[in-house]
Design a protein around this ligand. Structure first.
Ligand code: TMP
Length: 230
């Protein structure tokens, strides 16, 4: 859509959070498409990643290289990636009037490394303060699902895609980790009721996309109507 056809709305920063295999990436894409269809300029991004430097940190972390450094160092690395992402992409996009939809953000560090991994709250708070620099999301959608069901989905998807190695991904962290992770995301939602909405992800993609849209309508009163096909 040409820039002059884009609608000006107050730019919003929306994050999606949750455990593994809950369908975040699909819902991020669907929401970005739906907003774009309403003439809103949208930037779709993800964490860890989103900028060249943060993507470099992503591949370093996800290759398991810093595992031996300990979970505290991992939290610092996620925050370093986030600092670049906020400064180089998120803040400038919002300043330019664009909406930003991000697949995972600071709540993932709090849930994975902090509440579940045992990194001290004070370090997580300090890292969050440093990396966000005031850019708290306007809305965080937490997709919630029983990890046993999510596990089966991830495994099946990986097998369908011919990637048996990925099917083992959950086995690296046992299911009890993922159950605690789920509880901790729910605790973050309880602690931040104005910002977080929990949606059950144990449903089909279309139903979940409608629930996400309903959450936006609840949260923001100025969403433009869908454009008629031209
Ligand atoms: P993804 O699979 O959603 O792309 O996320 C990559 C992995 O990184 C996932 O296992 C969650 C983890 N992660 C953290 O542990 N802490 C963080 O701060 C972020 C953003 C992701």
């Amino acid at each position: 859509m040409a820039a002059d056809q884009e609608r000006s709305t107050k730019p919003r920063f929306i994050t999606f959070e949750g455990g593994e295999g809950v369908g975040k990436s699909t819902q991020v894409r669907r929401l970005a498409d739906r907003l774009a269809a309403r003439g809103i300029a949208v930037v779709r991004t993800r964490e860890p990643g989103g900028t060249p430097k943060a993507e470099a940190v992503r591949s370093f972390i996800l290759q398991g290289k810093p595992e031996s450094w300990g979970v505290g160092a991992e939290a610092v690395l996620f925050a370093a990636a986030r600092l670049d992402h906020v400064n180089e992409l998120i803040a400038p996009s919002l300043a330019a009037g664009k909406w930003v939809i991000c697949d995972r953000f600071a709540d993932s560090t709090r849930a994975y490394q902090g509440l579940t991994g045992g990194v001290d709250d004070k370090l997580i708070d300090a890292l969050e303060h440093l990396a966000l620099n005031g850019h708290t999301p306007d809305l965080t959608i937490i997709l919630d699902m029983d990890p046993d069901i999510a596990f089966e989905r991830v495994r099946q998807r990986a097998l369908d895609d011919g990637m048996p190695a990925l099917a083992d991904r959950f086995e690296k962290e046992d299911l009890s980790f993922h159950r605690r992770l789920r509880d901790n995301f729910l605790a973050i939602a309880v602690a931040n009721p104005g910002r977080c909405v929990v949606l059950s992800a144990d449903t089909d993609e279309d139903t979940l996309a409608e629930a996400v849209w309903a959450a936006l309508e609840d949260h923001f009163s100025d969403l433009p109507a869908e454009r008629l096909a031209e």
